[in-house]
Design a protein around this ligand. Structure first.
Ligand code: FAD
Ligand code: FES
Ligand code: FES
Length: 488
């Protein structure tokens, strides 16, 4: 085991001793490295002022991703490349193409947000580099600008899209790959600062035995929840076990008739396959937070946190997903819906971790749709999320699974609604009967996101929307015409 954090920065390996396990990358940059170009706005992953880029080794070279430095812990940098806004300038002082584009299009006023925008655009320039407005909106959704307005910033993004000039990062890629390869051979990281411990195992066996030794340890994945425990709740975490170095947990693939998603797979990594196999699920992923959060946050974390308003559990439960939980004593499979016992309580024993979630692929006649309701389109937590998975027998409902987030203390199926529909003709009358039955399924809460009445009415209307979208296309127009369809 190794007790120094090593990462690549500015073409060299940096090695840090005595690292506090939960110091944030942002605080390290600003207070220890005096790199104050990276700003702090919210300290909770919302505003993007703290955006930096991390580079990871892949079989195709280095993959650059924007992340929020305010909720990444410094040791999570281990083995990766760090790029901050100070690093963008060329050696001769020339601005980087993304910085120049922001200047040319007058895309900055007070400038507080600008470093974050530059970093998001930098990652995009080295990635998809798309000129499509919807792609650019996705890239910028995690960066707030209060004064410039997004028009010129989008212009800046468009001006570099599809036209990625080589920069110093391209020029030194070979060297960086070699440095990252050498870091990949290092032993696992293990820190201990006055009894506050951090472990970064590289295999599931190592993870299992660490969890057996430290059953109260906190499992850390993307830190998009846990980061806020530290920055907002000021919690001191005693023992943390980071799972982001375990390659086996980062696999996503089709095995027989299931899509198998390792717990450490991020939203960004899962997006394409979820879109390919479950259509709407891809759109749901687009609506999860922002690019920066999707680059760090994992599906496993979204399940394990047990939130009643996590976005992926309703969709996964409607699809009939199974969860694999593992520990030193072996592994067990349970239905995902059984994992959520009640608010704040999951079926996860001490020493266990979430290994993977297996999602049955849709049968030929299977229909799947899901809808997220939130106040903002981007970067907002659900008030309500509904997922519908139906099998038809001619014009009748052979089977249907309906699951909602935001309607109960856990993601929960609408069993009575389902029963009201199974065996019935798939028509508006059956749907309206089932909408009434739904009132017996849930007693939602009122909170700052939505009132009890809003939640119930919207959940019922989502069923109607599902019907409208899966019945004859004219039904949608008819329902809108009658004013009986509220849009999500
Ligand atoms: C700005 C912002 C916007 C957000 N928007 C959304 C949104 O739109 N929709 C949404 O659903 N969520 C949202 N979230 C919440 C969060 O991003 C997700 O829940 C995310 O999936 C958490 O994953 P993570 O890898 O970051 O988990 P972490 O923060 O690392 O961990 C979360 C929890 O899961 C546990 N855990 C993680 N991995 C495992 C494992 N393998 N086994 C056992 N336990 C494990 C941890 O111990 C912890 O309790 C948002 C968060 C932020 C900061
Ligand atoms: S400071 Fe706002 S996202 Fe990090
Ligand atoms: S230029 Fe002021 S916040 Fe964007």
């Amino acid at each position: 085991m190794r007790n120094t954090v090593k990462f690549v920065h500015n073409g060299h390996i940096r090695e840090l001793e005595n690292v506090d396990p939960t110091t944030t990358l942002l605080n390290f940059l600003r207070y220890e490295d005096a790199l104050t170009g990276t700003k702090e706005g919210c300290a909770e992953g919302d505003c993007g002022a703290c955006t930096v880029v991390l580079g990871d080794l892949t079989e195709h070279g280095i993959h650059y991703q924007a992340v929020n430095a305010c909720i990444q812990f410094l040791p999570m940098l281990d083995g990766r490349e760090l790029i901050t806004v100070e690093d963008l300038k060329a050696e001769n002082g020339e601005l980087h193409p993304v910085q120049q584009a922001l200047v040319t299009t007058n895309a900055t006023q007070c400038g507080f947000c600008t470093p974050g925008f530059a970093m998001s655009l930098f990652a995009e320039m080295h990635g998809k580099n798309s000129s499509e407005l919807s792609d650019i909106n996705n890239v910028l959704a995690g960066n707030l600008c209060r004064c410039t307005g997004y028009g010129p910033i989008i212009e800046a993004a468009k001006s570099i899209a599809g036209n990625a000039p080589a920069d110093k990062f391209t020029a030194r890629q070979k060297n960086t790959v070699e440095l990252l390869q050498s870091l990949a051979k290092e032993s696992s990281l293990s820190l201990d600062l006055s009894g506050r411990r951090y472990f970064a195992p590289k295999t599931m066996a190592e993870l299992s035995s660490l969890l057996a030794q430290h059953p109260a340890a906190i499992i850390l994945a993307g830190a998009t929840d846990i980061g806020l425990w530290v920055t907002k709740q000021f919690r001191e975490l005693e023992t943390v076990i980071y799972v982001g170095q375990i390659e086996a947990l980062k696999k996503i693939c089709v095995e027989k008739d299931h899509l198998v998603i390792g717990a450490g797979v991020t939203y960004t990594q899962a997006w394409d396959l979820l879109q390919e196999h479950f259509g709407d699920f891809g759109e749901l992923v687009r609506r999860v937070a922002s690019t920066q959060i999707r680059n760090s946050g994992t599906i496993g974390g979204n399940i394990a946190n047990g939130s009643p308003i996590g976005d992926t559990p309703p969709a996964l439960i409607a699809l009939g997903a199974t969860l694999t939980l593992s520990s030193k004593d072996g592994s067990r499979d349970i239905l995902l819906e059984d994992f959520f016992i009640q608010y704040g309580q999951q079926d996860l024993k001490a020493g266990e971790f979430v290994e993977k979630v297996s999602v049955p692929l849709l049968k030929n006649d299977g229909i799947f749709k899901c809808y997220k309701i939130s106040k903002r389109f981007d970067q907002d937590i659900s008030a309500l999320c509904g997922a519908f998975h139906m099998q038809m027998d001619g014009t009748k409902v052979l089977d249907i699974r309906i699951c909602y987030g935001g309607m109960a203390g856990t993601p929960a199926r609408a069993f009575k609604t389902e029963q009201a529909l199974i065996g019935m003709e798939w028509n508006l009358k059956s749907v309206e009967v089932a909408m009434i039955a739904m009132a017996a399924d849930f007693t939602p809460l009122s909170d700052m996101r939505a009132s009890q009445e809003y939640r119930m009415m919207t959940a019922q209307n989502l069923l109607k929307k599902f019907y409208a979208e899966t019945s004859d296309p004219k039904a949608l127009t008819r329902l809108v015409g009658q004013g009986s369809l509220s849009y999500a």
